[in-house]
Write a protein that binds this ligand. Structure first.
Ligand code: SF4
Length: 570
């Protein structure tokens, strides 16, 4: 006991689900470390407090969350507390607390105002209680004093992220009022490498797609104000972020007074250290040509548009509540306005009433649109949604057969598009050593989103994690690429410098960010080809063995819940 009191409390968090949940996890972990003056630890076995930030987007995610809770409980030492947070409590309310006596604290997403106080109550008088210990908390008290809460790599384990190496810079001072709103809680960014971060620009969703539980879990649309986002982005940049991936359920809905997403990107692009801005989840119905042009004309916005179409049959899109958008027309508009932009989407098979003719339209869309990246997933009837009550159910077998057929079509398209890149030089943000072959570094071009798309593996000289480099594409796989280092990158859409001419000034190195392991789920470590990649689905492969060009499908293309992988229902 005395030993624990001397060392102070330790907290551990497992983040399930999408990138938006990961942002919440980082806030919860940072706040727990601050409120308890605790250190962040890398395993549940050594923690006094284990937190699970759950996803409940579909039934499979709910089952995964429950399995994670039981598995963590079995690994916790006696006397440690378990907190179940996020979407599962939001969906099930007080009922969950009754059905989960294993949990010491159950709190829904959106209801975190009392979180720090409840944590302090939970540990009042317990061994290591910071107040009982005279407020010092021992060596582990550093987080509460404004030092980095994270003291070990892999402290946050995420289905969609890696972790930051020990010794990463601390977030700004923790000094603030105890009742500061959740959005202003400091993030303990153990879930993603220091050189990239997600920025959540809104909570909830104002749409009502008939298959989607998210509005009932996360509530109506609540955009984060512009000045708060600029402040947070500045803080992320100060701690080393080069790439900001903007996430929300529907980015096109973001507003602050008369300002829209284009204004927001312009304001963010004025932050000096930020090199790439990547807006995800652009609802096709609201993505007009003027917004595409505005994004195109911002030199820091990467040429990459994520537009979740979900289907291509007008009849099914209407039944989904996705408006009257014609996906091929939207793709055509994008290609005319911004020909360089890579386009990503998600598509669903097996929606109620989907006929062979609807499926044929969907397959034609995949062939004709020739999109860079597509995530496929099967319809899941979620209790409480209108779609779950619709007639015309499609069997799971048929939905799976259709999903596989589309996936095979897209594999061919993706391979052809990748082959067209061979010989070109691209700017790559280096994620770090590959998980299965640490001697091989991997990274992403502007045309590849973190935790969603394929990767670029390096042959020959290996660049450092966190550097932006120029690489010549040597080989193409179905989803991944192999490249050789040719110089440093500028990271702002510019040409960078060829090898031999650079003075080293543009090559950004983030100190100490080595191998960023730890991606995985509570049920066991996920197999990630690269630190930046969520690779837990069946068929998940490792990195490209040096020079072979062999690759595995990115998470989204492997047919796991791609919308979660990519971070939203869209
Ligand atoms: S699918 Fe996306 S846009 Fe539609 S209700 Fe769900 S979160 Fe909102």
């Amino acid at each position: 006991m005395a030993g624990r009191q001397e060392k102070g409390l330790a907290v551990h968090l497992v983040s399930l689900g999408c990138a938006k949940n990961l942002v919440d996890s980082e806030r919860l972990l940072g706040e727990a470390a601050r409120a308890l003056r605790a250190r962040v630890c890398a395993s549940p076995e050594e923690a006094d407090l284990v937190m699970v930030n759950t996803c409940a987007f579909i039934a499979a995610a709910q089952e995964e969350a429950v399995a994670a809770i039981f598995e963590l409980k079995s690994r916790m030492r006696p006397g440690a507390r378990l907190a179940v947070l996020g979407c599962l409590p939001a969906l099930h309310g007080g009922e969950l607390a009754r059905e989960l006596p294993e949990a010491d604290l159950v709190m829904p997403a959106g209801g975190y105002a009392a979180f720090p106080g409840r944590l302090r109550e939970l540990f009042a008088g317990a061994p290591g209680d910071p107040d009982a210990a005279g407020g010092g908390g021992g060596p582990g008290a550093a987080a509460g004093a404004g030092a980095a809460p994270g003291t070990g790599s892999g402290a946050v384990r995420s289905a969609g992220g890696g972790s930051v190496a020990p010794g990463s810079p601390a977030p700004p001072s923790a000094a603030r009022t105890p009742d500061a709103p959740f959005e202003s809680w400091e993030r303990a960014r153990e879930g993603t490498p220091r050189f990239r971060s997600f920025l959540k620009i809104a909570e909830g969703c104002g749409r009502r797609c008939t298959y989607c539980l998210i509005p009932s879990i996360r509530g109506p649309l609540a955009p984060v104000p512009l000045d708060a986002l600029v402040r947070e982005a500045g803080s992320l940049s100060a701690s080393g972020a080069l790439e900001l991936t903007l996430v929300a359920q529907d980015l096109t809905a973001w507003r602050d007074g008369g300002k829209d997403l284009g204004h927001l990107c312009r304001a963010l692009s004025e932050i000096g250290g930020i090199r790439w801005i990547r807006p995800m989840y652009l609802h096709p119905e609201a993505l007009g040509r003027s917004l595409v042009l505005e994004l195109r004309d911002n030199p820091k916005v990467v040429p990459y548009l994520d537009v979740p179409f979900q289907h291509a049959s007008p009849r099914i899109l209407r039944a989904m509540g996705r408006g009257r958008t014609r996906p091929l027309e939207v793709v055509d508009m994008i290609r005319r306005a911004w020909p360089e932009a890579a386009v990503r989407t998600t598509l669903m098979t097996g929606f109620p009433g989907e006929t062979e003719e609807d499926f044929r339209l969907l397959a034609s869309f995949v062939e004709e649109a020739r999109l860079d990246h597509i995530g496929f997933f099967k319809f899941s009837p979620e209790e409480g949604t209108p779609a779950a009550r619709m007639g015309g159910a499609v069997s799971r077998g048929t939905a799976e057969r259709r999903r596989r057929a589309l996936s095979a079509l897209q594999r061919r398209v993706s391979r052809e598009l990748n082959r067209a890149r061979v010989g070109s030089v691209a700017e790559i943000l280096v994620e770090g050593p590959s998980e299965d072959a640490p001697e091989v570094a991997c990274g992403r071009g502007a045309f590849q989103a973190p935790d969603a798309d394929g990767l670029v593996y390096f042959d020959g000289e290996q660049p450092e994690a966190g550097s932006m480099v120029l690489a010549r594409i040597l080989k193409a796989g179905d989803y991944d690429l192999t490249a050789e280092l040719v110089g440093s990158g500028r990271g702002d859409g510019g040409a960078g410098e060829a090898r031999g001419s650079r003075g080293g000034g543009n090559r950004v190195k983030i100190g100490g960010a080595g191998r960023a392991g730890g991606a995985g789920k509570a049920g066991g470590p996920g197999k990630a080809g690269c630190p930046g990649r969520a690779g837990t689905g069946p068929g998940s492969g490792g990195p490209v063995p040096k020079g072979t060009g062999k690759d595995s499908a990115p998470a989204a293309a492997r047919g796991r819940d791609a919308s979660r992988t990519a971070g939203g229902a869209g």
